[in-house]
Ligand binder design. Structure first.
Ligand code: BGC
Length: 740
């Protein structure tokens, strides 16, 4: 397929030259067309959209994944419009296309940059086969509120982990070169601080200070921009009083002036017209004015731009330069993608779905994403040789669709291997498997079959309970105020516990859950997130010790919902709680009235620590950290120092460990977090093996945005910890010195 432009620039022309040549030939109406993204989720799209495509009124389409229809839409745009400009074809390819990887929060639990990149690559290949050339991912909102349903789509609470995985996903989707087969453009979203919505209610307001924005919420986006992300999407929410879709500070000052982002900004779904609903504008025309001036280049659905932009230019309210800059960025993306040169996608390419490689990547990601939260008395792994019978119980043991999680428009549940079928496949007839679903779904309140479940548990050597929440309970606009296991699941746990048979809990969920009411009744807990297509085999491998668990929490698990927000990088406060001072509500009667109850930053009715901290995860191997040291006690501004640690596997099985380095700046011009992750590495150790792990810590890693909003590195002492979670105890100190 070739653009039908008679004066198509020579192949040697740069993208800038090609954009300029094309722009010079475009009418204002055609320019606005390039800024218009429409929903094409309809088999009749070529007919219903045909005339708009021919007139050059559409720059991109969304949500059409039938390759023949996509090809027809592209053909009309290229062959039947005056300028023959191809379309962006967008889709939410969030964690896989047909083959579904674990939800992004699960992928974050792998702490494995390379695997996350491979997962995105596999998704891009499958999606490209359907004619998609643009995914609306990665979602890189820092999320510190597990009530928020969209935490499932995120990489969790940590600035560094999110930034690193943002880079990995962008690289996976976009490949080395956007124009190579199987590369699709990425879109970093949702700019910015969407994860800070009040009380975890989706779309609610956000209010975040500029230092917090710059130190916490913006860095993942900066990382994605530096990694060459093609596009960026503002959030639905208002930030400090200005909705992100009209937020000049974010979209012009930070994104364009400070970061020199040269990709394009696409609104979220109809978010430009929602500026009126927010109470910022009176009508769609003013919404178009605000969004375009703030720097939103393309409108996703809605018709504020298509109806009003041209008029606003003609009235002199929006300059032609603003329009040309926006159109130029959209066209540049299309040139970079090679859309002007490429043929239409063939059905044969589309046939490469669910290849062995994608399934292997999905399996590896799932395996490394599962976190062993608890393992009393070596309850796990289960031994195929020693066991005669296993009871499999629960609503999520055999739920092929539910294990895929949120945002799986194109996922094929037919490809899912469930835990029940994987366990069956693994143990064959060597162990007797008994299965009772016990609950229709995770929310059920009928316990008619609890007796049956208890009966099979009683007569088996071990009971494995598959608990959690279905995919519908997390994701966009699926927030929860109570994040306990829903329905009668806690009762089911207690019922099985009462049989005296050892009980293993495997929890599938789109968010951290508050597990305080079941944790003591389970001998071991594997937290599997929504693990995707290959979740079953991964869980079976871990249950039976084919592999050792190695996932680490990318987000803190609260004890009770009232602790939220609770995250590892909190500030110290002037009155930090400690084990010596904490008083519990049950002890209050032992104090005289008006006695000081500790006077520290804690809740009276729960411990001040989380149930499970960030970075935490057990293994069947046994890791011992020793000998943390830095190559020098001082580091000069602009230099680096190596901090190393020795790690030994004292266990009897091999395993992966995620080694984590944390830093604290105890005295600074603004209060700083009690710990911040600065580096991490996943390593594999055989039993008895010892290795030394070196981390290079540069003084740039110690920089932060200060009171004036500027990046600063301050001289002084820094504490450095290395270990297997955010509660690592091995510490060394460093002094950063400025000057010569
Ligand atoms: C979501 C975006 C998504 C878009 C298109 C919106 O509701 O907020 O993340 O990309 O829909 O599906």
């Amino acid at each position: 397929m070739r653009a039908n432009s008679p004066d198509r620039p020579k192949d040697s022309a740069t993208i800038e030259e090609r954009v300029a040549t094309l722009l010079a030939r475009m009418t204002l109406v055609e320019k606005v067309g390039q800024l218009t993204l429409v929903d094409a989720n309809d088999a009749a799209a070529p007919q219903s959209l045909g005339d708009r495509l021919r007139a050059g009124l559409v720059g991109g389409v969304l949500n059409q994944v039938n390759v023949e229809i996509v090809n027809e839409l592209q053909r009309i745009a290229v062959e039947e419009s005056r300028l023959g400009i191809p379309l962006m074809v967008g889709r939410d390819v969030i964690h896989g296309f047909r083959t579904i990887m674990p939800i992004p929060l699960g992928q974050a639990a792998t702490w494995n940059r390379e695997l996350v990149r491979e997962g995105a690559r596999a998704a891009a290949l499958e999606a490209a086969g359907a004619g998609i050339n643009w995914t609306l991912a990665p979602m890189i909102d820092i999320s510190r509120d597990p009530r928020w349903g969209r935490i499932a789509e995120s990489f969790g609470e940590c600035v560094l982990l999110t930034s690193e995985l943002a880079i990995a996903m962008v690289q996976g989707f976009q490949g080395k070169d956007l124009s190579e087969t199987g590369s699709i453009a990425a879109c970093a979203k949702h700019f910015a601080a969407y994860g800070a919505v009040e009380s975890g209610r989706d779309y609610a307001s956000t209010d975040v200070s500029e230092t917090e924005l710059r130190n916490v919420y913006l860095p993942p986006f900066k990382a994605a921009v530096d990694a060459g992300v093609t596009s960026l999407m503002p959030s639905f929410s208002d930030l400090n009083g200005v909705p992100a879709s009209a937020n000049e500070f974010l979209l012009r000052q930070v994104l364009r002036e400070e970061w020199n982002f040269d990709g394009f900004v696409v609104s979220d779904w109809d978010s430009i017209r929602q500026l009126q609903v927010h109470g910022l504008t009176e009508n769609d025309q003013e919404s178009a004015f605000e969004a375009a001036n703030a720097g939103v280049d393309m409108e996703m659905t809605g018709d504020a731009y298509s109806e009003h932009l041209a008029g606003l230019v003609e009235a002199g309210r929006i300059s032609l330069q603003v329009i040309d800059a926006a159109v130029g960025k959209v066209l540049a993306a299309k040139f970079r993608l090679g859309l002007f040169e490429q043929g239409t996608t063939t059905v044969a390419e589309a046939g490469q779905v669910a290849g062995e490689k994608a399934l292997a990547t999905a399996h590896a990601l799932a395996l490394q994403s599962v976190v062993l939260l608890k393992n009393d008395h070596g309850a796990l792994p289960l031994s195929i040789d020693a066991l005669n019978s296993v009871a499999v119980i629960g609503p999520l043991a055999d739920a092929p669709y539910e294990q895929l999680g949120t945002w799986i428009f194109d996922g094929d549940p037919g490809l899912s291997v469930t835990p029940l079928s994987a366990i069956q496949g693994l143990v064959g007839d060597r162990i007797e498997l008994r299965y009772v679903r016990a609950m229709e779904n995770s929310r059920s309140r009928t316990n008619d079959t609890f007796d049956d479940a208890a009966a099979i548990a009683k007569e088996s050597d071990v009971a494995v309970l598959f608990l959690g929440e279905e995919s519908i309970l997390s994701g966009e606009a699926h927030s929860r105020a109570d994040i306990d296991l829903p329905g009668d699941q806690a009762q089911l746990v207690r019922r099985i516990r009462a049989t005296g048979t050892p009980v293993i809990g495997v929890i599938l969920a789109g968010r951290p859950l508050t597990l305080s009411n079941v944790v003591d009744d389970l001998d071991a807990i594997l937290f599997a997130w929504h693990p995707g297509t290959m979740g079953g085999p991964a869980i079976a491998d871990l249950l039976f010790g084919i592999e050792s668990p190695s996932g680490k929490l990318p987000t803190t698990f609260p004890r009770v919902v009232g602790q939220i927000p609770i995250y590892y990088s909190q500030k110290n406060t002037g009155k930090p709680p400690s084990n010596d001072t904490v008083v519990h509500i049950d002890d209050i009667d032992t104090f005289a009235p008006q006695t000081s109850l500790g006077m520290t930053a804690f809740h009276l009715d729960t411990h001040f620590t989380p149930l499970f901290p960030f970075g935490y995860g057990l293994s069947y191997a046994q890791f011992e950290y020793r000998n943390i040291r830095a190559t020098a006690p001082e580091v000069r501004l602009g230099d680096a120092v190596t901090v190393s640690v020795e790690l030994t596997n004292r266990g009897v099985v091999a395993g992966d460990e995620v080694v984590q380095l944390y830093v604290r700046d105890p005295v600074a011009s603004i209060t700083r977090p009690i710990r911040e992750l600065k580096d991490f590495r996943r390593v594999r150790l055989e039993p008895g093996q010892t290795i030394t792990i070196d981390f290079e810590l540069h003084t740039d890693d110690l920089a932060f945005y200060g009171r004036d909003g500027q990046l600063t590195t301050e001289a002084g002492e820094f504490h450095v910890w290395i270990g297997g979670s955010s509660e690592a105890q091995l510490r060394t100190d460093l002094r950063l010195v400025s000057g010569n």
